[in-house]
Design a protein around this ligand. Sequence first.
Ligand code: GDP
Ligand code: IMO
Ligand code: MG
Length: 442
Amino acid sequence: MPAVVIIGGQWGDEGKGRTVDFHSQYCSVIARYSAGNNAGHTIMNDQGKFALHVIPAGIFRSDKICIIGHGVVIDPAVVLGEIQGLEDRGVSTKNLRISRNANVIMPWHPIIDKGDELLRGDLAIGTTGTGTGPAFHDKVARTGIRIADLLDAERFAERLRPVIEYKNRILIGLYGLEPLDYEEVYENYLNFGDRLRPYADDTALLVQEAHADGKMILLEGAQGSLLDLDTGTYPYVTSSVPASIAAGGPAGVGLGPTAVEKVIGVYKAYQTRVGNGPMPTEIFGQEAEDIRQGGGGVAGTGEFGTTTGRARRIGWFDGVLARHTAAINGITSIALTRLDTLSHAEEVKICTGYEIGGITINTMPATLWGMEQAKPIYENMPGWGEDVSEVRRLADLPVNARNFVKAIESLIGVSIDMISVGPERDQAIVTRDIFGTVIETK
Ligand code: GDP
Ligand code: IMO
Ligand code: MG
């Protein structure tokens, strides 16, 4: 069976968690492969409403193996808190495995994350402050501490001492803060290691064995491709290595690229962004506020960050950027989410090109300057003005909603096989399943 990657096609928060929760029914292994707890994936199913930051959204199916791969940076306090929170609500974590080779978010990372943002002043990125970026800095600088180091008292001391001395110089000299106490950090993180020991494993081997056994593996992406270091709106991006695009999927768990045959791109029917950086189709005022509060969709599903609670910036669907992310990821199938949210709108818009300095283009500008100058060219379409959250067949969608979906599909040139009309597991119109089997003819 091929591995399948589920990836965000915009600036994150497209509904990847919700899509993984749905598709995990067909898979044996569900693995996170990149990022850290800067990610926030909301899942609503028969077990309740959950916000996950590092544990894969497959955890709600007790017969599946869930893996946090070596490409993820792990804050031990966050993952242990998430485990406890799930167990307290009756969700078993016995099938959770954590890579011994994953890097650890250490106590200096969130401090540096927030300190660097202050130093950036007007050029702040708007990071989540979770320490994810600085943990990846240490990973590529080869000073990172891995989960395996926390499991070995001697080795941990050897790794920790020089790094903490170096980091304390930064905390004192650059930010004027108190240094971290070596003994305290050592004891705390050794204790975290003890509590994580039952979950620690050679996860690359587990994934490779599952693949060799013909099991379906789902690789759960975090963030969106426009936040990727190379393909996004640099420097207003995240820092994950491996990349926050589909190519990072196999690399972040220990598979080769040939294992991946399917890439499901998750896109919202409009767009959101948290943090700073260009967003050509951004809208403001009441028009944006209506959508931010949940529009005409399912009550209580406003656009506020799962991780930080920040109000998300809102924009119309950007077909130029969607084509770019479909190409970068090799997307073979699309899940379009939050169609219900636009139900209130008299008119809906899709950006089909940009005008920059009097010139019309229909590809993503190569420079940040170009992105900042880009003025969207819209195709305006009539809204559908009725609740769609109970619709389960394409044929039952109002014709204007169908036309809107079709316009997005033909603009990207990839089949939309799932339309999400609400946050709950079953609130979806599925026309083709994960295996490619047609469920409803378009
Ligand atoms: P992720 O980071 O890509 O997993 O997305 P988030 O969970 O951060 O944000 C998506 C939000 O939209 C969550 O609050 C979901 O519960 C919600 N959501 C997902 N799909 C739908 C949908 O089709 N309709 C509505 N109304 N909400 C949805
Ligand atoms: P999920 O997986 C939305 C954004 C931050 C900021 C930039 C850099 O839930 O889609 P970082 O803390 O990563 O250094 O911040 O990236 N960002 C996200 N935005 N969803 C996410 O994850 C994000 N992860 C990071 O807001 O703009
Ligand atoms: Mg999110």
